[in-house]
Design a protein around this ligand. Structure first.
Ligand SMILES: [Zn+2]
Length: 278
């Protein structure tokens, strides 16, 4: 009898928790969005993310609010002996948050909910890739990566590549673009869009631009896009996301169709932000 009562209480408690949990998460997120961030957060971000200085004040405030949530909810794991610092959490969280800041429902209904952990390596890390060539032939290749987003629950980043970034690349934006690309179950260069016509427009523009990049590279013509973007459509989307935020004016001038699609998807217009971006 006692066992029976205990089981009923446990079931009721679980049901109550399942009912309450989403509203508790919503309230906590709302509270975090509205609370002020520590002063040194902005210094850390400004030191690592130059585009921070160009963000309009209201947008900056909202991205910082999201960063609070990201830093609180995600587990950061140092790999190969790396000690994760608050600055690392904040710098990564800020850039991840920027990508979704204007997405409807963020953060109250959803906000990188599937992502559980961010693994940080001190520097580029080696991965062993197995390629099946058919007829039982298998090759193994070891590659050094600065980031990897191959499953929704985990993101892997190299801190050295975040800290010593070059002027145009951005490994955090790149990997989180892959994460968003995966949301509709396939990493194929097309993230989740609103409807079929949006997919059609995206597909036309992206294939055109992808082919154009291949043609330019083959003909030896100069292009503002990193040749790595020509590897596959998923890499094209991740690389143009970096360029959209890091060199928006140049992208708008040279690839207006691409800029327009990204502007619609991210609901942001970085070329219109003040400051000295190219
Ligand atoms: Zn990539």
């Amino acid at each position: 009898m006692i066992v029976f009562i205990v089981l009923i209480i446990a079931a009721l408690a679980t049901a109550a928790w399942l009912t309450l949990e989403p509203s508790l998460i919503r309230r906590r997120r709302q509270r975090l969005m509205e609370s002020a961030v520590p002063v040194h957060w902005e210094q850390w971000i400004a030191a690592h993310v130059p585009l921070f200085g160009r963000l309009p004040a209201d947008l900056r405030k909202r991205v910082l609010g999201l960063t609070r949530i990201f830093v609180q909810e995600k587990r950061f794991v140092g790999c190969n002996g790396l000690a994760v610092t608050d600055a690392m959490r904040v710098v990564i969280g800020f850039q991840a948050s920027l990508l979704v800041v204007n997405r409807p429902g963020v953060p109250i209904d959803h906000f990188y909910d599937e992502l559980e952990s961010v693994l940080i390596y001190p520097a580029a890390f080696l991965v062993e890739e197995t390629h099946h060539l058919g007829h039982g032939l298998v090759t193994k290749e070891r590659r050094a990566l600065s980031g990897q987003a191959w499953e929704a629950r985990r993101m892997i980043l190299s801190w050295d590549d975040i800290e010593h970034r070059n002027d145009t690349g951005n490994v955090v934006l790149h990997e989180f673009a892959h994460f968003l690309d995966m949301e509709n179950d396939s990493m194929d260069g097309a993230p989740a869009l609103q409807n079929a016509p949006a997919y059609a427009r995206w597909s036309v523009t992206f294939w055109e631009e992808y082919r154009r990049l291949h043609d330019d590279l083959q003909a030896g013509r100069p292009t503002m896009l990193d040749p790595y973007a020509a590897t596959e459509p998923a890499e094209f989307f991740a690389v143009v996301t970096e360029v959209f935020f890091e060199r928006p004016g140049e992208l708008l001038a040279e690839h207006p169709g691409l800029y327009e699609q990204l502007k619609g998807y991210y609901r942001l217009d970085p070329a219109a932000w003040p400051g000295p971006a190219s």
